[in-house]
Design a protein around this ligand. Structure first.
Ligand SMILES: CC(C)(COP(=O)(O)OP(=O)(O)OC[C@H]1O[C@@H](n2cnc3c(N)ncnc32)[C@H](O)[C@@H]1OP(=O)(O)O)[C@@H](O)C(=O)NCCC(=O)NCCS
Length: 138
């Protein structure tokens, strides 16, 4: 059984470990997440994954980062975190994902996201294009 709750300072060490084990994810200083909508997913009484997002306009949100610890993948934590952002409202969610991140692109499509654009050279470290994906809840 998974639980989604707001993230807190006490979670940052676990979040840093998940991020370090997830090189495909954005690698921000974890303490920065406290300034955003920061959510964690609990599985087996442990922090299994986290999502960081922000409101970018009326009924619009940007997903800034998402990662699930390798040992907890394919148990619904990622889907639960993303779905928690859209429950109950008419909302669009945008995100960028590395072109080479096939797993995440498939994952987001499974959740109803569509690929709506390409940003060439978006990622500076390990230079690569970003695929822009969009979800609309209704
Ligand atoms: C992408 C990621 C967050 C998915 O998290 P997760 O908890 O494993 O995903 P879920 O268990 O909720 O998967 C939901 C569905 O997505 C699809 N999916 C997820 N991972 C998949 C994979 N490796 N291959 C194919 N489909 C996959 C499946 O349809 C899955 O449902 P199923 O398990 O019933 O078949 C995780 O793989 C991850 O942390 N990757 C590294 C970081 C990253 O790429 N972040 C995204 C940056 S934009």
């Amino acid at each position: 059984m998974s639980l989604i709750r707001p993230g807190a300072a006490a979670d940052l060490a676990d979040v840093a470990a998940i991020q370090a084990a997830s090189p495909e994810a954005a690698q921000w200083p974890p303490q920065d997440y406290l300034g955003f909508d920061f959510r964690v997913c609990i599985l087996d009484d442990r922090i299994a994954g986290f999502a960081v997002s922000r409101v970018t306009g009326p009924d619009e949100r940007e997903l800034l980062n998402l990662a699930v610890a390798p040992e907890f993948r394919r148990r619904g934590a990622g889907a639960g975190l993303v779905r928690s952002l859209v429950t109950g409202t008419a909302i669009s969610v945008f995100l960028e994902v590395r072109e080479s991140n096939r797993t995440a692109r498939v994952f987001y499509k499974t959740l109803g996201f569509q690929e709506v654009g390409v940003r060439p050279g978006y990622y500076a470290s390990s230079p690569e294009s970003a695929i822009v994906m969009k979800f609309h809840s209704c």
